[in-house]
Design a protein around this ligand. Structure first.
Ligand code: IPM
Ligand code: MN
Length: 369
């Protein structure tokens, strides 16, 4: 039986609560003998700042480097609003993405039939929705230099963020999108704003060239990012794979999450380049939702996005697609049986706690053995 090293970073807010549910499932698989998960835990975000004044420690960066997969729950909260910019909670997550070159962020938005009524859109618009947003994660305005606030004197300041992309960055994220589309419904929608941004012009041209050269069999279209936001809420089922930059991807995946019923439903995988020697890639798995400090510690959080992220680790890092299928089937089954956390309650008579939802998914996995 193979051993897989998981490095868990629960982070802040609801992070520890949702991560605890993943630990139960990993322990069950280990105990069952289907795979052996070796678990280490570290600190990221505000939790790391409180412990050692950094958003992630060097020791935890080394542990993350040694792991087969990193699972992160969420970072941030009002408690750390005043901390210096360089050590704010988000800096820990951004450092993990950048240092491990996790350029490809896969954010699938699936609307389970049982949840179609929890969405803010009409059932017929979202029922059966299955789209994948591929967000570039290590470039663009998140990391471009200069990034600064300059004092101009006389009470005036100038703030600069830099949106920058090079050809190779667009090509490698484009390849991920086209390859995924081939395994799905064979359609890619590329999104930027070439009508106002030079980076958008290069993005569009590069995707067109790549498509011609390597993926002529895949259907490709282009949509300006503002129009895509509108189309996502107008007619979301028209999309298969969407590929876009770091900032537009951040925005559009929050929108896509609501189509599925709740931000608490969306998992994600952040993948690095495949190492030619080992055939493996560095990867971090995290829910799309944040730390939700307003509901932290109350057992109200939905653990499904975190559990789904573990499912993505099984699939993309460990090649355990049958186990990943089992996790996804267990999630679908508990939803079909009517289990609802508060965020997806809709018109349901009552909701379950974080722990009860996790236990229900675990019970489903046990019953399926
Ligand atoms: C996300 C989050 C992060 C981002 C924050 C926490 C830095 O919103 O993963 O979508 O902006 O990328
Ligand atoms: Mn976001």
């Amino acid at each position: 039986m193979s051993t897989y090293k998981l490095f868990l970073l629960p982070g802040d807010g609801i992070g520890p609560e949702v991560m605890a549910e993943v630990e139960k499932i990993a322990a069950f698989f280990t105990q069952q003998g289907v795979a052996h998960f070796e678990i280490e835990r570290g600190l990221v975000g505000g939790a790391a700042y409180d412990a050692h004044g950094q958003a992630i420690s060097e020791a935890d960066m080394r542990r993350a480097a040694a792991a087969d997969a990193i699972l992160l729950a969420a970072v941030g909260g009002p408690k750390w609003d005043g901390v210096p910019y360089d050590v704010r909670p988000e800096a820990g997550l951004l450092r993990l993405r950048k240092d491990f070159n996790l350029f490809a962020n896969l954010r699938p938005a699936i609307c389970y039939p049982a949840l179609a009524d929890a969405s803010s859109l009409k059932r017929e618009l979202v029922d059966g929705l299955d789209l994948m947003i591929v967000r570039e994660l290590t470039g663009g305005v998140y990391f471009g230099a200069p990034k600064e606030i300059v004092d101009l004197g006389k009470g005036q300041k100038r703030a600069v963020d830099t949106q920058v992309y090079e050809t190779y960055e667009i090509e490698r994220i484009g390849r991920i999108a086209f390859e995924l589309a081939r395994k799905r419904r064979n359609k890619v929608t590329s999104s930027e704003k070439h009508n106002v941004m030079k980076s958008g012009v290069l993005w569009r041209d590069t995707i067109i060239d790549l498509h011609k050269r390597e993926f002529p069999d895949v259907e490709l279209d282009h949509m300006l990012a503002d129009a895509l936001g509108m189309q996502l809420v107008r007619k979301p089922k028209q999309f298969d794979v969407i590929v876009t930059d770091n900032l537009f991807g951040d925005m559009l995946t929050d929108v896509a999450a609501m189509l599925t019923g709740s931000l608490g439903m969306l998992p994600s995988a952040s993948l690095g380049e495949v190492d030619q020697k080992t055939g493996r890639r560095k990867a971090l798995y995290e829910p799309v939702h944040g730390s939700a400090p307003d509901i932290a510690g109350k057992g109200l959080a939905n653990p499904i996005a975190m559990i789904g992220s573990f499912g993505m680790a099984l699939r993309y890092s460990f090649g355990l697609s049958d186990l990943a299928d089992r996790v996804e089937a267990a999630i679908a089954a508990v939803l079909a049986k009517g289990y609802r956390t508060a965020d997806i309650k809709g018109g349901a008579p009552q909701s379950v706690s974080t722990g009860e939802m996790g236990e229900a998914i675990l019970a489903e996995l046990k019953a399926a053995v």
